[in-house]
Write a protein that binds this ligand. Sequence first.
Ligand SMILES: NC(=O)c1ccc[n+]([C@@H]2O[C@H](COP(=O)([O-])OP(=O)(O)OC[C@H]3O[C@@H](n4cnc5c(N)ncnc54)[C@H](OP(=O)(O)O)[C@@H]3O)[C@@H](O)[C@H]2O)c1
Length: 333
Amino acid sequence: MKAVAVLKNLPLEDPACFVEIELPQPALGPQDLLVQVRAISVNPVDYKVRRRPFAANDGPRVLGWDAAGTVLGVGAAVKNFKPGDEVFYAGDVTRPGANSELHAVDERIVGRKPKNLGFAEAAALPLTALTAWEGLFERLAVSVSVDANRGKKLLVIGAAGGVGSIAIQLGKLAGLQVTATASRPETQDWCRQLGADLVIDHRDPQAFKQAANSDFILNLANTDQYWPLMAELIAPQGKICCIVENEKPVDVNLLKSKSATFAWEFMFTKAMFRTADMHTQGEILNQISSLADAGKIRSTLAKTLDGLNAENLRQAHRLLESGRSIGKLVLTV
Ligand SMILES: NC(=O)c1ccc[n+]([C@@H]2O[C@H](COP(=O)([O-])OP(=O)(O)OC[C@H]3O[C@@H](n4cnc5c(N)ncnc54)[C@H](OP(=O)(O)O)[C@@H]3O)[C@@H](O)[C@H]2O)c1
């Protein structure tokens, strides 16, 4: 099968940074689906894994875990899917990614593609939707009852990117009062269009005063940078969730007087450790699918590149690494 891979650590300016190669068709485990990849979306995890140093015996590195496609074959123990089904999923970072013609993925972390969305619009959703969903409803323990959330405030830091674009929508659906941060007119407009009640500029420290006493903070940007500010803004007994690893130690004592809770969200935890609730990722994606089909959430697709090839991946990584991406960028096959 055709695949686009990274063979060594080269700068993005080097046209050989990504190469198009032939690889054997992936072997299926008992719970695996063989998927014909129709579209993939790029995420910061792609460039983070691309940059990891290569060891001497490392083989080709295929990135791209966020995908939509059609099931071609199923492993012996697969229960929920059959050939011909259209699916979307965010995969498992401990296995090869989906920047290839065919891809093997465990059925437990796969959802049914929304019927009303094309493959590109669907591929924009899984990784960011799972991150936002788990961040809000599992780590921050936001209630799914709109009544319980009435009057409660959610602050989303870095809200115009991939994860924020879906977190705003899920926060509003849950009945929260959502404050989103974005620093440019176009990202601020994007957050308003997605339903944010208030948009503040994260480059203006004064603006954060408007987010004082937030019951929940979902920080999708730099953890070190926002740690002291989050400790200041969180309401007593509030909850903070971060998704970006800190580079320096953070002072957890800042949260003590408010009895504030801190939680990490890492979207790949369930697949990486084969947790007993791994199947909940498939269930969450099916709920996202139903919400999208009912018109309750919209795809966060902002830009599409036609062709899953080395040049388009280079362009996509360049845009994402700028840190100025809006919504999601998808490559179609
Ligand atoms: N733990 C997990 O499971 C998980 C899952 C997904 C992503 N992540 C990580 O979470 C981060 C965000 O992911 P993403 O997909 O949403 O990224 P993204 O789409 O690249 O985010 C781009 C947005 O980030 C905003 N931004 C840039 N610098 C910022 C800053 N200093 N403060 C606040 N906002 C800032 C920008 O807004 P403006 O242009 O308005 O400034 C831009 O719209 C990445 O580091 C990614 O690796 C972790």
